[in-house]
Design a protein around this ligand. Structure first.
Ligand SMILES: [Fe+2]
Length: 158
């Protein structure tokens, strides 16, 4: 988080509520694309994610049928101090047959604030997203075209 978002401002935003805070975020701070509604939600992203998650959603502790593949599918989040952003990385091969087509992040309310599509020709499975003001926790997701969707543990911010 930037210095502008210190304890005083953050406390104020908590009082005002996450929805109010999201309104203050300029649309340009969001990763890309389309229809962001007045509360800062993108239902197109959320509908796509829900369809993917309904096919299987796994974690390091619950890899389902893919035990042994956790290390190359569970996304890793790094916060970029002073930039108000985070980077999600998945240590997965990127080829046309087997790759990570999608990385996205949800906030404490489950709302998606970053959504990046990838192709098998991208050199690596990574995405950087700005963190909207009012975000208090993040869960990152990575979808593999052969091994379903994976998420990390929820990370608290600040
Ligand atoms: Fe995979």
């Amino acid at each position: 988080m930037s210095e502008m978002e210190g304890p005083t401002r953050r406390s104020f935003l908590k009082v005002m509520g996450a929805a109010t805070a999201a309104i203050a975020v300029p649309q340009g701070l969001w990763g890309c694309v389309s229809e962001v509604d007045f509360e800062g939600r993108n239902f197109d992203w959320e509908n796509q994610a829900e369809a993917i998650e309904s096919q299987g959603l796994y974690t390091a502790d619950d890899p389902g049928p893919w035990a042994g593949k956790e290390a190359v599918h569970v996304p890793v989040v790094r916060f970029n101090e002073g930039e108000g952003s985070l980077t999600v990385q998945v240590m997965h091969v990127m080829s046309e047959e087997h790759f990570i087509p999608l990385i996205y992040v949800r906030n404490q309310n489950g709302h998606i604030f970053g959504f990046k599509a990838l192709t098998g020709t991208d050199p690596e499975a990574t995405a950087t997203f700005n963190v909207p003001v009012g975000t208090t926790s993040v869960t990152a997701f990575a979808y593999c075209n052969l091994h379903n969707d994976w998420k990390n543990g929820r990370l608290e911010i600040g």
